[in-house]
Design a protein around this ligand. Sequence first.
Ligand code: BMA
Length: 272
Amino acid sequence: MAEFNDKVAIVTGGALGMGSITAYEFAKSGASVVVADIDSSAGEQRVARMRDNGLSALFLQTDVSVAADCERAVASAVAEFGGVDVLFNNAGIQPPDSYLNVEDTSEETWDKITGVNLKGHFLMSKYAIPEMRKRGGGVIINNASVQGLQSQPLVPAYAASKGGALSLTRQMALDYAPERIRVLAICPGTIDTEMVRTVASQEGGDIDQTLVRYGAGHPIGRIGQGEDIAALVLFLASDAASFMTGSHVVIDGGLMALGAWAGGAGGSGTDG
Ligand code: BMA
């Protein structure tokens, strides 16, 4: 419960989906949390609910692909709560109209997706690390996705961003291990988030039924929930994981264990 007392956590993409639940869980475990998100109405609502429940939280509108926004998010964490101990680089986008091959992907789409999903991790880390150093250490957790490990048709920018997030994780872990700043990645399978629901809605038909079908593609038979992700992120950020850095943890209901030759859990795939 009090594991993160006196700690300050920044969660990007913290307004919705797995970020919002993780932000909540950090605060419930004693942390002061900065919810950084581009969506100010969802972000303000999220933080209002946290505060109503006696939790310590601040919303900051942040486009993680913009350096000045990232710098401001970190500065606000310091001004409001005194420092930064944990950074969950979670913000990610996968626009439904981006499912195209490389030839048909516009430069704008490439820049937008990699800007949020990869450059955002770089920028937030760049500004958070000096603050972690002042505290004698810290933890950065990058959201990578199983799509950093395996791929699917028509997601060139998304795939590159997630592969890049894994590579950046390993790289930063080396530079900052001596300063007790640990850097880790998580690779979620399909999680019940607004982003996945938006993709699912493109298929037409009932979204919940589509999510059940995505779930059947995971050996465990369901898609993940934000709570599954929050539990892992809190563990990785805790001292119980103090010997972990530079690695990624797959949290996917068995999806990556399943060989393509095995025909799929329910034979029904995930999405995309
Ligand atoms: C995530 C998203 C989800 C997808 C999952 C597994 O990063 O792309 O839409 O279900 O990977 O492919």
